[in-house]
Ligand binder design. Structure first.
Ligand code: ASP
Length: 349
């Protein structure tokens, strides 16, 4: 027996606790859920020790409800990961489910050439509740963050683990406020499913990058949203297009990218694009893609220079725009990048 053989280094995971229902308790005075500290969470999951990992914690103080999340915090999260990148094998971000898909999308762009897992999770019921989903979500998220094969992380991307499914972060959407299965990814298959074992679908997981991690530190929130609906008025459309400081508009359209053919609507959009506004067309449907020019009702949009969001989720389109606007790209390059898959966020035709 070789007694001098080195013991394998323990797997090191960093948990970043931002807040969310996972760490909330009922305030007796108001009857509303309010955040608690990470210590109470850890006290409720003694099983973490059994995993045998070295787990460090970076806890937000105070923890936040994810409805208060904003681009500055996304940048802060990217910075925390950068600072701890070399010392840790993986990262688990505990986050409220309401805006988890936005944060996951933003991080996917901010963390370029990621070769370690960044797994976001949370829960629908607080950790202290008897029927809580928090325990399973956290324990399996830790296992995914630690999973390696031949010295390499199995999931080198930003993802969301919730209710036995692992999704690409920038393909996910919170679709249910009641079910434990709060998320889905309509346009991309799950990266893994957890049953008795965790089954990874390696053909769907991003490949390891050739280059070193590059962390971006800028987001420009100069984005407005125009949701099309039957009966939308010229005043509403004009108000959105003329929002002060707006550089880009996400236009949420019907079906495969369609909108009214009313002359005033076409004229408003055309004038806004002429003035330099970027308009990205994404569908209000959760599944499927924009296909400009397929119908008469989107042909004009294509002709005037509306950008196709293909099958991007709203969350991803927003994060991608904020990230791209913060960089110095020409309009033509920006449009090209918007229509190109940079982190697996869209399916190129
Ligand atoms: N409001 C909570 C949040 O997003 C909901 C949750 O965690 O599920 O922070």
């Amino acid at each position: 027996m070789n007694s001098t053989r080195k013991k394998a280094a323990p797997t090191r995971i960093l948990i970043i606790y931002t807040g969310g229902t996972v760490g909330m308790v009922m305030d007796d005075a108001t009857g509303a859920l309010k955040p608690i500290g990470f210590k109470e969470i850890r006290d409720n999951i003694p099983e973490i020790v059994k995993l045998g990992y070295e787990v460090e914690v970076h806890a937000f103080n105070p923890p936040m409800d994810s409805s208060d999340m904003h681009p500055e915090v996304w940048i802060e999260l990217a910075g925390i990961i950068e600072k701890n990148y070399h010392d840790h094998d993986g990262f688990v971000i505990l986050h409220g489910s309401d805006t988890m898909a936005f944060t996951a999308s933003a991080l996917s762009f901010l963390l370029e050439n990621l070769s370690k897992p960044v797994v976001l999770t949370g829960s629908q019921l607080p950790i202290g509740e008897i029927r809580t989903d928090a325990k399973e979500n956290i324990i399996t998220a830790l296992e995914i963050a630690a999973a390696r094969k031949a010295g390499k992380a199995l999931v080198p991307e930003v993802c969301i683990y919730f209710d036995y499914q692992l999704f690409r972060g920038n393909r996910s959407k919170k679709y249910n406020a009641e079910k434990f299965e709060a998320f889905y990814s309509m346009n991309y298959p799950p990266l893994a499913e957890a049953g008795i074992t965790i089954k990874y679908q390696r053909q769907y997981i991003l490949k390891h990058p050739e280059e070193a991690l590059k962390v971006h530190r800028k987001m420009d929130p100069a984005v407005s949203v125009l949701k099309i609906f039957p009966g939308i008025t010229p005043a509403t459309v004009e108000a959105v297009l003329a929002t002060p400081g707006t550089r880009a508009v996400i236009m949420e359209t019907f079906g495969s990218g369609n909108a009214t053919t009313a002359a005033w609507f076409i004229a408003s959009l055309r004038a806004a694009i002429k003035k330099g506004l970027i308009i990205v067309d994404i569908t209000q449907c959760d599944g499927g893609a924009v296909e400009l020019g397929r119908y008469e009702t989107s042909r004009h949009l294509k002709e005037m220079g509306v950008v196709s969001g293909h099958d991007m989720t709203f969350e991803t389109a927003l994060a991608k725009l904020m990230w791209l606007l913060a960089q110095k790209h020409s309009k033509a390059r920006l449009r090209e990048l918007l229509e190109t898959s940079l982190r697996g966020e869209l399916t190129n035709a």
